[in-house]
Design a protein around this ligand. Sequence first.
Ligand code: MG
Ligand code: MG
Length: 275
Amino acid sequence: MIKLKSRREIELIRQSALLVSKTLGMLAKELKPGVTGKYLDKLAEEYIRDHGGIPGFKGLYDFPATLCISPNAQVVHGIPTDKPFDEGDIVSIDCGVLMNGFYGDHAYTFQVGEVDPETVKLLEVTKESLYKGIEQMRLGKRIGHISHAIQSHAEQHGYGVVKELVGHGLGRKMHEDPSVPNYGRPGSGKKIKEGLVLAIEPMINMGTDKIVQLRDGWTILTADGKPSAHFEHDVALVNGKPEILSTFYYIYDALGLPQTEEDAFRRQKLELEDY
Ligand code: MG
Ligand code: MG
């Protein structure tokens, strides 16, 4: 059953989502060749707790860490390790926060140093597909409009769209109804209503859409070993239009990237606090 949210509940989800955003911004400064996932995970847990939140993933379905860290051919659900990142890696970091009874859940794929142009393109197109999906979150449209927009953009570039893992509703639970697949027909799925809050999260592979799982029971990898990208935003339907509750602007601020791609999905300019 879909639980539509009041304005107050949406504001609480925004607070949790923004703590995830600030955590990712902090990590953007730390992620360099030689740094390990375990180190980033420790920093993230301390940061979240210092800011009044609880790591949302740790212990959820028995996941052992604060962050899902999925480098290169890992799609999602990677467990942080002691293996240092290398120049040229891409690293998907997914982070959840529980605060005031509501979850935020949001992800970004980072570049470690200089990344080859073919892989940079995969990251760009995956992020574009996220915004194409968000644009479709309009009153009266259906979840399938979001799904279709993501799929068509990714497939236009010859990429594989992961089918087994999907976006979701977000609120008092990390994963609520409805499911938000990254593939589908425009008129299919549940109707989009005022107060709907979704975690929209394309997972796009450079090669095949087929995936495999490691024996750790968590890590998802591409079946062909080619890279995979993952970008996720939390989005609410407010006044019939999509409003992004999370933000990549802390990451862009940390990396010195002057991006304005989210402005179209905000009522007012976001003032970044120090983090
Ligand atoms: Mg996530
Ligand atoms: Mg999610």
